[in-house]
Design a protein around this ligand. Structure first.
Ligand code: NI
Length: 147
């Protein structure tokens, strides 16, 4: 038996119980311990919120995110190409941070807010631009619909 406290809108707390397989609960407890969470309730809230954010991406809601890129700016026309792609997506890019890692390598963080399809399209365009050494995406949320 798993007893959890669930925070809902207006910070009203409700208590409910749930039944789960013993082994599943054992692994959940291991996760809570390893993640250094206070208790099952905190772990459960975290999982619910993670799932809600995933659903926002799957259902095409407005989302937020961060795309990261590592590339060698001395590569022919690469900086220009990446900038040009970003200008084509100016509607969803809210900020770009450029960090000079060393003499040749650049690290760029592109913060986005918009529809998941557009964000994915931008990510793939940047990712598959020749010369990009690494790219990543963090699928986050605007937070508007996450209690
Ligand atoms: Ni640079």
């Amino acid at each position: 038996m798993l007893i959890v406290i669930l925070e809902v809108a207006m910070r009203e707390i409700v208590r409910f119980s749930a039944s789960v397989e013993k082994e599943l609960l054992r692994q959940f407890d291991t996760f809570i311990k390893e993640a250094n969470l206070a208790n099952r309730s905190q772990g459960f809230r975290m999982l619910i919120r993670e799932n809600l954010v995933k659903q926002e991406w799957l259902k095409g809601k407005e989302v937020a995110g961060a795309i990261t890129l590592v590339y060698d700016h001395t590569g022919r026309e690469l900086s220009k190409k990446l900038t040009s792609i970003q200008h084509n997506f100016h509607g969803i890019i809210i900020s770009t941070q450029h960090i000079h890692l060393d003499h040749d390598n650049c690290f760029e963080i592109v913060a986005v807010k918009g529809k998941p399809k557009e964000v994915q399209k931008l990510f793939l365009r940047l990712k598959f631009t020749r010369g990009v050494k690494h790219s990543g995406i963090t699928m986050a949320t605007t937070g508007n619909e996450i209690p």
